[in-house]
Design a protein around this ligand. Structure first.
Ligand SMILES: C[S@@+](CC[C@H](N)C(=O)[O-])C[C@H]1O[C@@H](n2cnc3c(N)ncnc32)[C@H](O)[C@@H]1O
Length: 309
């Protein structure tokens, strides 16, 4: 079966789960099931749960994983809303490969690419907010915030002004128009398209991507504290510094044994609050061989955490 997406860090992901116990494995970002299929093959004793907010991806993966139908269950929705409701137990492995799939990026009618004829960028095409709404109705302050904080666009004020001036004449209807407007004010830097970061910021806003990650981490923390993730392994793949910072800082919190106020004279918390340990301190990145064949792997970082038994 031809797949529209090549999974990143596949060998490294499988390796991170090598000590997985029997129980349920949750793929929070099923996509085109590249990781899930390999996990189902490698660990034939686990049951699998696949979550995605994109129906197109979910329908593809249901077919792709047909041979494992006795071991898999699918849920459509956001991982932050579904994970807390899962009744399946025990959960022994959790994977998330954040961001958009190659198909979402490449398929013009999804509105993510610079030359799309529409302005959409929703991972879930039934969600209420799309990029057209953000670009054409957000206030200057909110646009500046998104471009600055979610896109880390250096010239965020100029880009917001360019958008506001253009839409005052007529609504910006396509990603192609938007990328042209942005390209006029952001200088081209090497091979990267000048609208890349602004598009990233808008896409993060449309899909609440950072809030989704925070809520996923909250939900894992809550489950771990309730004793629902004993010995479970969590592997999270991020694609930019905003995502990676959320994961890194949360893992750092989880390994702390002392939760006393940092100004307290002596520890009185019992010093046994660590939830587990990180598999490796530094994130795992793509090998030279993978970098040659999959451009998406360039910015991928894998961080793994093991909850205590
Ligand atoms: C990078 S792709 C995953 C690719 C997958 N690992 C594979 O091997 O085919 C990310 C997928 O996660 C989905 N996704 C992103 N954020 C999500 C969220 N908050 N809830 C559910 N699905 C999400 C996207 O729709 C997309 O299909």
């Amino acid at each position: 079966m031809d797949t529209p997406h090549t999974p990143v860090l596949l060998k490294e992901v499988i390796d991170s789960f090598k000590d997985i116990k029997s129980g349920y494995f949750v793929d929070c970002t099923l996509g085109y099931a590249g990781h899930s299929k390999a996990i189902l093959e490698e660990f034939n004793y686990i049951k699998h749960i696949g979550i995605d907010r994109d129906s197109e991806a979910l329908n593809f993966s249901k077919k792709r994983l047909e041979e494992f139908k006795d071991r898999t269950t699918f849920y459509k929705g956001t991982f932050a809303s579904i994970l807390p409701t899962l009744k399946e137990s025990p959960i022994v492995g959790i994977l998330a490969d954040f961001g958009v799939s190659s198909l979402q990026l490449d398929k013009k009618d999804r509105g993510f690419s610079f030359d799309s004829n529409n302005l959409d960028m929703r991972m879930d095409t039934t969600a209420p907010l799309n990029a057209y709404d953000v670009v054409n109705s957000y206030s200057r302050e909110r646009l500046e915030y998104i471009l600055n904080h979610y896109g880390e666009v250096r010239l965020y004020k100029k880009v917001a002004s360019a958008i506001i001036n253009a839409r005052a004449k007529e609504p910006i209807k396509s990603a192609r128009e938007l990328s042209t407007i942005i390209s006029k004010v952001v200088p081209r830097g090497g091979k990267i398209h000048p609208a890349t970061l602004a598009f990233q910021g808008i896409r993060i806003e449309v899909n609440s991507e950072l809030a989704e990650i925070e809520n996923l981490l909250d939900s894992l923390e809550k489950k771990a504290k309730n004793g629902e993730l004993k010995g479970a392994i969590v592997s999270l793949i991020t694609f930019h510094s905003l995502e990676d910072r959320l994961v890194k800082n949360r893992y750092k919190k989880w390994i702390k044994s002392c939760i006393c106020d940092p100004h307290a004279i002596r520890c009185n918390c019992g010093k046994n609050h660590e939830l587990g340990k990180m598999l490796v301190r530094k994130p795992i990145t793509a090998s030279k061989d993978e970098l040659k064949i999959n451009a998406r792997s360039r910015s991928a970082k894998l961080r793994t955490f093991i909850f205590k038994s």
